[in-house]
Design a binder for this molecule. Structure first.
Ligand code: COI
Length: 361
């Protein structure tokens, strides 16, 4: 695999300090973008080439560009945090780089070397480091690496040309309500992914597939949809863009990776963080019946969602056809809060990084 260098062509007109500070005061999620982006091309027979860091700008695409028709696209999400000493570090970029390669394989796309993935993220964060929010708050800089098929043509086949990009967006809480509990609609008919499909790849198609069920959840007054497995329609899989954890007293359980669930980096990190804190942490199967029954009999004490964007978000109200219940009285549970603080303390450089997860720039 070729490993291209990234040529720096910075913007002559970045946003002023005052404009940037106004955005950082209330960034929301995914609404504002930094001054630059990284682009790297891939061409059949030539490999990766023309790595550049350039001013953030719209892309110009031929209307017949393959990604617009057959959705050959993959993406990642990771965050850069500012530590108490002002330094900047990203969280487990190597894990995202490896998952990006796995997604590439599933969608018949070329694999970007993990070191190039990390270098592209580093180059952007280094250039736009003033956009990394100050230490002390909930905010961070969200990085969105992605790759699209750029060959022009309407024949269905793996494209012969691709563009890899990284953009960055200062981010506050993913949900407009902040870290307040979210409500969940359990969809028992629509599915997100099927065995042998691409549910374990981070590709836009999975998110497009989630939108109708997400709209149905919203119509039921819920923030998020929860999917069950596509065969028996009873085993909990994941939310529209987040993994789930169930808390049974001192034990936490997350649905096993069956092939139709995305292997979340936060999900994986929490298995370790929980064990470090003395909890039992397991991957296993949880049915919707068990979820309802154990909530009603009080053995299931808390439920939370997790993901890079959502961090750890408590689940409050849960609705399914014919039933509705509350997790931990609709308040953030104690275990959820403890895990959230422990993970964020590592990410923000406030606690020892004993697993070597932080990548300092
Ligand atoms: C992330 O958590 O990084 C995602 O890609 C999920 C999306 C809902 C923003």
């Amino acid at each position: 695999m070729t490993t291209p260098t990234i040529e720096l062509k910075p913007s002559a007109n970045p946003l002023s300090d005052a404009e940037r500070q106004a955005i950082l005061a209330n960034p929301g999620f995914g609404r504002h973008f930094t001054d630059h982006m990284v682009t790297i091309k891939w061409t059949e027979g030539r490999g990766w080439h023309d790595g550049q860091l350039v001013p953030y700008a719209p892309l110009s695409l031929d209307p017949a560009t393959m990604v617009l028709h057959y959705a050959q696209e993959i993406f990642e999400g990771l965050k850069a945090y500012r530590g108490p000493d002002g330094s900047v570090a990203t969280f487990r970029p190597e894990k995202n780089g490896r998952r990006f390669q796995a997604s590439s394989r599933r969608l018949g796309m070329p694999e970007l070397p993990v070191e190039t993935f990390i270098e592209a993220c580093d180059a952007l964060v280094r250039q736009d480091q003033d956009w990394v929010p100050a230490h002390g708050g909930e905010e961070s800089l969200y990085l969105r690496p992605f790759m699209i098929a750029t060959e022009v043509g309407l024949g269905v086949k793996p494209a012969g040309e691709y563009l890899f990009l990284v953009i960055a967006s200062p981010a506050g809480a993913y949900f407009p309500g902040g870290v307040k509990p979210v409500s969940i609609w359990v969809s028992e008919d629509r599915v997100r992914a099927v065995p042998g499909g691409m549910g374990d790849a981070k590709t836009g198609g999975n998110y497009a597939a989630s939108l109708l069920a997400q709209a149905e959840a919203a119509a039921k007054g819920c923030d998020q949809v929860c999917y069950l497995d596509a065969v028996e329609h009873q085993w909990v899989e994941e939310l529209g863009g987040m993994n789930l954890y169930f808390v049974y007293g001192d034990k936490i359980v997350t649905p096993s990776l069956t092939g139709s669930i995305l292997e979340g980096v936060t999900r994986d990190s929490l298995l370790t963080v929980a064990r470090d804190l003395g909890y039992e942490a397991e991957e296993g199967r949880v049915s919707v019946e068990q979820w309802q029954r154990d909530s009603e009999n009080g053995t299931l004490t808390e439920v939370f969602a997790c993901g890079t964007a959502a961090v750890i978000t408590p689940v409050g109200t849960v609705k399914r056809a014919g039933a509705e219940w509350q997790q931990s009285g609709g308040e953030p549970g104690e275990v959820t809060q403890r895990l959230r603080t422990a993970l964020l303390d590592i990410q923000r450089g406030k606690a020892e990084d004993k697993h070597g997860w932080m990548h300092r720039l």
